[in-house]
Structure formats: structure tokens, C-alpha cells
Ligand binder design. Structure first.
Ligand code: MG
Length: 464
């Protein structure tokens, strides 16, 4: 009987020792294979869990106008944001829930009109109210699903201890408690002041550095990065490297720095191979401060700007990018509101939206995913200014409600209801109320119902 030959041709004779070795080797091999199988399986479980829980990055500019990005018609160069639009979706009818900072941010993080959560107006350093600790923020929802959460930038939902980001679901905070035209304007890390006043010209770059580090630190687990920039809110400040670089004045330079910052973040996602599991949203908290002239942005072709309820005050640029999930190069013309991100993001993360309270936001994933025939989930959108409901939009129609100014029981001023057809007249120039009394009545009814709804289901702010 021939002796077995090894692959190299050497004759070998199995001995008892060799048999024992080969048995052990076979056993170890089997162990290794099953370990590999477990590992493989484990990897797939983790990978699909990761897929099921994508990362979220919401970048919020402060007072950036509808016309301030190249992809919205601006002559200013915003090459990174324009590329983001080309790689994702651009929204034409995306609204902030308010024409000023505080209620807009409250809406984004609670899924409700600022009026519903008791924050209808801008907070000032002397104010002693803030986002009620009973509200369940988007950060809290996501943290409950195992997300690492960070707020890097401007908070503006109350600067007393119970209202700061670390008490509202964020693990990490680096930024400022309110607007950059307020004093003493501290820069904080967590609950601690690290600089006062904050050196304004450094903020965009320091926020960016912090954001990149946060992403890198959490590359292996789901994260939520909320990046509300201080810019381009007045007073305008920019670092040396962007000063004079845009060719469109200081405002253009500031926008250019935001464009750079967003590019850094998108590059970071690519470097860390996180692009396909990260939804990135870029938008603005309200319209431009056009009353500041060259220091404010532009909302062309919309009328008005911050802090009014003309389209320019509340319709904002919005880009969303998520390779493989959001189709590239699309434009969505359906109405969507910033507070829709709350239920939409929650759903994508597998988190449950609180059922014990009214939430104004609606799931807009069908719009984001570019589903054929997907329509806005909103029957109507409401334009509040402070506590007052001033306008309502349903479909193509927008009604500015009748305004009566009464002093000492006497009617001082009266503005009749004015109706605009936004499809034919996005600049709100021709009042067509006399031609459509039925539409006026229908929108007035919607407004009355909303006022009553806020009266009955409004919630108080937190008090300190
Ligand atoms: Mg603002």
C-alpha cells in the first residue's frame, strides 16, 4: 500500500502523535470556522443594526436667506452646498416653523410650533424661561435608542441651568447659549463657560473642529449631531482666511465659511466611510435680516424676511443628502416644515414619537425618499409671529389674516384679509381675496381651528 504523499511530494507516515495533532488541528479549524461564522453573523447583525439606525447631522444656519446659496440662484459661490444639493434633494417649499430664532429651534427639537411649547418669542439674556424639561427633544428620543448626541453651536432655548443642552438630551455641548448680538455672549463647553465674550471670528471654525472630532469619536456607533451655526446672524464675523474671499462682501465671506464647514463635514463622512449611513440636512432657522441691508441675506424672489410672515421670513433653503436612500439631484416642491424632521428622524431611528401630547410635525420620509406621487402631509401650514397667528397656507393659497389694532377700545388700524396664490405669485404681490371669498373663508376656518387647538393643547415653557 503506497504511503500517503504530502502536496510537496514528501512521503509521510501518520504516527499516533501526528494523528492526535491532525485531530486537534481539525478541531481547532472547525472552531475557527465556527468562530468565523459567528463573527460573520455577528458582523451582519451589527451591520444591519447600524443600517437600521443611521446617523443624523442637522446643520442649521442662522438667518440664512432663501436666495443665499448658489443652488437657490445666488451669485455667491457655495460650491460644497451646491454639490450637496446635486448629490441629494433640494426643497423649494421648506419652512421654518417661525420667522425668528427661539421658536424655530424649539420646533425643530420638539416637533411642535414654538407657540405650542410656550416659546413663541426670541429669548433674551434677562429672560427666565426656557424649553420645558417636560418636553421630549429629538436628542432625548435618539439617546433612548442608543445614540451619542451633541449640540455644537447656538442653543437659544433658555440659558439657565435647567434649560441647557445637557439637560435636554445632549451628551455634549460646545457653543453659545443665545444670539451673537446679545451680551455677555459666553462660549460654553458642557455647562461651563470657557470664554466670555466668545471670540466671534473663531466660532465657525471651532464648531467645525468640534463637529469633526465628535463624528470621529462616534464612527462606530449611531450618533446625532446638531450643528446650529452662529452665522450669518449679525453682527457678522469671519476668520482671516475667508475675509474678502467671496467677492460678495462680509456677508458673502460668512456664507463661504459655512459652505467650507459643511464641506469639511461631508469629507469627514467620506473618509470614515459613513456616507451611506448618515442623513445630512442643511437648512436655516428663519429668513434673512434684510433690514440690515448689505449685512443681511436675500430671500429673492420671496417677499420680506425675518421677523415677518411673508414667505421670505419663513421659507428657507433646505438640502438633504443620504447616498443610496435619498435620490440624487432631485428637487422637492411639496410643502414641508422643519418640525417634520422630529417624527421623520425618530422613525428612521426606530424611536417612538411621544403619544401623550400633540406633535405638529409629520413624517416626510416619502418625500425625502422621492416616492412617486408623494404629497405633503400637511393640510395647512400656520405662520405665527410671536403669539399671534398671522397667516395660513393650504395648497397654493396663502391667507394673511385680518389684523385689527385696537387701543383703548378704539379701532386704530385695520388690515383686511389678503389672499395670495403662491403658485402664480410667489412674491405675494397681488391680493386676490376679492376673487376667492370661498377660499378666504376656508382658510379663516383653518386658522380659527388652529388658534383653538393651541389654546387647548398648548404647553407652558419651563420657568427658572
Ligand atoms: Mg435666526
Amino acid at each position: 500500500m503506497p504511503t500517503p504523499t504530502t502536496p510537496s511530494g514528501n512521503r509521510s507516515r501518520p504516527s499516533g502523535l501526528r494523528r492526535a495533532r491532525s485531530t486537534r488541528r481539525a478541531f481547532l479549524g472547525m472552531l475557527a470556522r465556527s468562530a468565523a461564522a459567528v463573527g460573520w453573523f455577528g458582523f451582519h447583525v451589527t451591520a444591519s443594526a447600524r443600517r437600521a439606525r443611521p446617523n443624523f447631522i442637522i446643520i442649521l444656519a442662522d438667518d440664512l436667506g432663501y436666495h443665499d446659496l448658489g443652488c437657490y440662484g445666488s451669485p455667491m459661490k457655495t460650491s460644497r452646498l451646491d454639490r450637496m444639493a446635486a448629490e441629494g434633494m433640494r426643497f423649494t417649499d421648506f419652512y421654518s416653523a417661525a420667522p425668528v430664532c427661539t421658536p424655530a429651534r424649539a420646533a425643530l427639537l420638539t416637533g411642535c410650533y414654538g407657540q405650542r411649547v410656550g416659546l413663541p418669542k426670541v429669548l433674551f439674556p434677562e429672560d427666565r424661561i426656557g424649553l420645558n424639561p417636560n418636553e421630549i427633544t429629538l436628542a432625548e428620543l435618539l439617546r433612548g435608542r442608543g445614540y451619542a448626541t451633541a449640540c455644537i453651536g447656538k442653543w437659544h432655548l433658555g440659558h439657565q441651568p435647567p434649560f441647557l443642552p445637557l439637560r435636554h438630551g445632549f451628551d455634549y455641548f460646545f457653543g453659545v447659549p443665545y444670539s451673537n448680538d446679545m451680551t455677555p455672549f459666553p462660549l460654553m463647553r458642557g455647562d461651563r463657560i470657557i470664554e466670555q465674550p466668545a471670540r466671534q471670528e473663531t466660532l465657525t471654525e471651532r464648531y467645525t473642529t468640534e463637529a469633526l472630532a465628535f463624528i470621529a469619536r462616534h464612527r462606530d456607533r449611531p450618533f446625532f449631531l446638531y450643528l446650529p451655526h452662529t452665522a450669518p446672524h449679525v453682527p457678522l464675523h469671519v476668520s482671516e482666511r475667508f475675509r474678502g474671499a467671496s467677492g460678495y462682501g462680509l456677508y458673502g465671506d460668512v456664507v463661504m465659511s459655512l459652505d467650507w464647514s459643511t464641506g469639511e463635514i461631508l469629507d469627514q463622512l467620506r473618509t470614515l466611510n459613513l456616507e451611506e449611513r448618515t442623513l445630512v440636512v442643511f437648512t436655516s432657522d428663519n429668513g434673512p435680516a434684510i433690514f440690515k441691508g448689505r449685512e443681511g441675506g436675500s430671500a429673492y424672489p420671496l417677499r420680506g424676511g425675518k421677523p415677518l410672515v411673508w414667505e421670505g421670513g419663513m421659507r428657507v433653503p433646505c438640502l438633504m443628502r443620504w447616498p443610496g436612500r435619498i435620490p440624487a439631484g432631485r428637487t422637492c416642491t411639496e410643502l414641508a416644515v422643519m418640525f417634520d424632521l422630529y417624527p421623520t428622524v425618530a422613525r428612521l431611528a426606530g424611536a417612538r414619537v411621544p403619544a401623550d401630547r400633540v406633535i405638529d410635525g409629520k413624517n416626510i420620509w416619502p418625500l425625502m425618499a422621492g416616492r412617486r406621487g408623494a404629497r405633503t402631509p400637511h393640510r395647512a401650514f400656520f405662520y405665527f409671529r410671536g403669539e399671534r397667528l398671522e397667516a395660513v397656507r393650504a395648497g397654493r393659497w396663502k391667507l394673511h389674516l385680518e389684523q385689527k389694532l385696537i387701543e383703548n377700545g378704539k379701532l386704530i388700524d385695520w388690515l383686511p384679509p389678503r389672499l395670495y396664490d403662491l403658485e402664480a405669485d410667489v412674491g405675494e404681490t397681488r391680493n386676490v381675496a376679492p376673487d376667492h371669498p370661498d377660499v378666504v373663508r376656508r382658510l379663516e376656518r383653518l386658522a380659527a381651528r388652529m388658534k383653538e387647538d393651541i389654546r387647548r393643547h398648548g404647553r407652558p415653557p419651563g420657568r427658572f
